[in-house]
Ligand binder design. Structure first.
Ligand SMILES: [Zn+2]
Length: 302
């Protein structure tokens, strides 16, 4: 969300950059996000997610239709409504579920670029067509124009001190997150810690669905859904389960969750980074050699 103002700029910069890249002898040093960001369509290959959620690409990605009876894709200028067909089917199913739960449907944020890969702005993951962001804003209308989808913003469901949900949080948010979690295609969901804490308090005895819901900073304007590698996807790297998944019956409503809203942790987030500390390598610095070898073919396919 916070990268919104940069998307148009990034788009212009990218066009210029790609023109340079074609003629440049240092192709191998061109940033992978510039190369993948310049692709306007999925590759004409059998569908195949390659690598891991934060280091990979997708062959044969398909487009989530811009609008349907129960959904609208937002920020179309970004061209990030591409993904694995399993993800597209899942999102359409979830938007129907949202309608059953009382919303008009869903406003759907970023999936992946047409061929996945690292992005010019925003996410570290969303690289193999199996991640998607769902806006916290319940749709009032599902006939927004392209321009309206650029202009309107989502809503935050937590207080500015990050410790509690605010008045925007509703039971329908909880029911929607529960329905998402109970879908066997879903691996995990990221949401602001305050939302998970509230759901832990309200869940009652039937609470195993909370296990897949992970607290994460940000994720107050949208929640993030990550699907498992589909069974046939031999090149897709499944994530290691977290401790909560391994410990029998762990629903994640424990001291680790409380840590996310502790003063200690929230103060750490506010601290400026140590200027002398070595900078971790960001996905935006990746070159093609950082990605799985097969991604070169995905990039160069018609
Ligand atoms: Zn996301």
């Amino acid at each position: 969300m916070k990268n919104l103002p940069f998307s148009n700029l990034a788009c212009m910069a990218l066009t210029t950059f790609f023109a340079l890249a074609i003629t440049s002898p240092v192709w191998s040093e061109t940033k992978a996000n510039q190369l993948f960001g310049a692709k306007l369509k999925g590759s004409n290959q059998p569908v195949n997610p390659i690598g891991s959620y934060a280091k990979g690409c997708i062959a044969g990605g398909v487009l989530l239709p811009e609008s349907g009876p129960t959904w609208q894709a937002m920020r179309l200028s970004r061209n990030r409504n591409w993904g694995h067909p399993v993800l597209i089917d899942f999102l359409i199913d979830l938007s129907q579920k949202a309608k059953e739960l009382g919303w008009a449907g869903l406003y759907i944020g970023d999936l992946s670029q047409p061929r996945g890969g690292p992005m010019t702005s925003g996410h570290t993951s969303h690289q193999i067509g199996l991640d998607a962001d769902i806006w916290m804003l319940p749709p009032e209308r599902l006939d927004l124009t392209r321009q309206e989808r650029e202009d309107i913003s989502s809503i935050s469901i937590r207080t500015t001190d990050q410790k509690n949900v605010n008045e925007n949080w509703t039971d329908t948010h909880m029911n929607l997150l529960r329905a998402t979690s109970e879908d066997p295609r879903v691996d995990r969901i990221f949401v602001a810690a305050a939302a998970k804490i509230r759901m832990c308090e309200q869940a009652g005895d039937d609470r195993m669905w909370l296990q897949k819901i992970r607290p994460y900073y940000g994720h107050n304007y949208h929640f993030h859904i990550r699907l498992k590698c589909p069974e046939t996807a031999a090149n897709c790297i499944t994530q290691t389960p977290t401790v909560n998944e391994l410990s029998k019956g762990g629903d994640g409503c424990d001291e680790n969750l409380a840590y996310w809203v502790s003063d200690y942790f929230l103060d750490l987030l506010k601290k400026p980074p140590d200027p002398n500390a070595p900078k971790p390598r960001h996905v935006r610095d990746y070159v093609m050699a950082d990605l799985p070898e097969e991604c070169e073919t995905v990039l160069n396919s018609p």
